[in-house]
Ligand binder design. Structure first.
Ligand SMILES: [Zn+2]
Ligand SMILES: [Zn+2]
Ligand SMILES: [Zn+2]
Ligand SMILES: [Zn+2]
Length: 367
């Protein structure tokens, strides 16, 4: 098949949305290294080429097909090579998603792969494929509908630099093509990113119990009732864990009664033990005849001991279904490998590259 004359904008936008679903991406910045590993693709830093040839990374980068990165397909297996020399983490992530774009968009399968491998395409054809990979990269790293949703409350450039962790150049490109990309809204992507969007817009970390919560309009920490939680976006760093029960969006148990474990639930109270099933605020006022005149009514999370709006105890806490926060405090799990990219201080390839590239021998190299 010949290379198309223009970048296939609509097809690439669809593919980017499909990729986010296929890879179960629910937060940003994207963990490119884990995606590459999971798909069985190889990953090779330029410094490895440099080491085997006894030259520095800059020298080898000038000899390789691209200064930033490229992909080789040998006997059906893809290997992505990237410049780990002077490149920043943001720029490496962009390069990896650009290369993943070439793979995911089928450039190696649909078009003559030897030409792609050796950079033997003419300028026009090269530009078309490069544009497609760039459209893919920016809509996977910072999908237009999500960026728009968040920019209502947060400055767009700041958002792209901090939350999405884009480079300055990628940020400018994202902003320049935002309205153009928004024309292709095939279906709502935002639902998949509900939790992420909430965390960016409303995320707060409590200064006392260090619980992280994202409740619109929260004044009190739901775990310890402190009022000085600090607004912050914590990315995918594991949260401090406080035990609780699994509830649906209405504060109702998903599986069983929180007190007796009865699984046949219906109505406001458990048919077996009589406990009130919904976790909500207990704050109400009675008139002189004992009728409820006013109630806060705020529905709470499954581990909330206090109402985030008025600071009163929740039903679960007042029924002693939840213990005081300082007696159940638990440290978050160890950071999983998949979080490497999200940690600004971690070397993103430290653990991943050696395992992923071990089986690639010198004859797989493009030269
Ligand atoms: Zn490319
Ligand atoms: Zn707290
Ligand atoms: Zn019960
Ligand atoms: Zn309340």
């Amino acid at each position: 098949m010949g290379i198309p004359f223009f970048a296939r904008y609509r097809m690439v936008m669809l593919a980017a949305a499909q990729f986010l679903r296929d890879e179960h991406v629910t937060a940003f910045p994207i963990d490119a290294a884990s995606i590459i590993k999971r798909n069985g693709w190889g990953l090779k830093p330029y410094s490895e080429y440099a080491k085997s040839r006894h030259v520095d990374v800059n020298t080898v980068a000038r000899e390789l097909p691209s200064e930033d990165g490229f992909t080789v397909r040998k006997s059906g297996k893809y290997t992505i090579a990237y410049n780990d020399g002077v490149r920043t983490r943001e720029r490496i992530r962009w390069t990896l998603l650009h290369e993943i774009g070439h793979i995911y968009l089928g450039h190696f399968k649909e078009f003559d792969e030897t030409l792609l491998n050796r950079g033997g395409l003419d300028d026009r054809a090269m530009r078309v494929l490069e544009n497609e990979a760039d459209v893919f990269a920016r809509n996977v790293l910072a999908p237009a509908p999500i960026v728009r949703e968040l920019s209502r409350n947060v400055n767009t450039a700041y958002l792209l630099r901090t939350v999405f962790d884009l480079s300055g150049q990628a940020t400018r490109m994202r902003i320049r093509y935002l309205s153009a990309d928004l024309r292709f809204r095939f279906e709502s992507l935002t639902q998949q990113f509900d939790t992420f969007i909430n965390r960016v817009l409303y995320g707060k970390e409590c200064t006392v119990c260090h619980y992280y919560f994202a409740t619109p309009g929260a004044i009190y920490c739901p775990v310890c009732r402190n009022t000085d939680a600090i607004s912050t976006y914590k990315g995918v760093t594991p949260d401090m864990i406080y035990d609780g029960f699994e509830l649906d969006g209405n504060g109702y148990p998903k599986h069983e009664c929180p007190r007796c474990g009865n699984e046949q639930l219906s109505g406001e109270h458990c048919k077996v033990c009589g406990v009130s099933l919904t976790n909500k605020c207990t704050n109400f006022q009675e008139d002189s005849w004992g009728n409820i005149e006013w109630e806060c009514g705020e529905v709470a999370d499954g581990n909330a001991r206090f109402c985030t709006k008025c600071g009163s105890p929740t039903t679960y806490f007042s029924h002693k279904l939840l213990l005081p926060w300082d007696s159940v405090k638990r440290q978050p799990r160890d950071r999983p490998v998949s979080d490497l990219f999200a940690d600004p201080f971690a070397d993103p390839f430290e653990k991943v590259t050696s395992a992923a590239t071990k089986e690639i021998s010198d004859q797989d190299l493009p030269f």
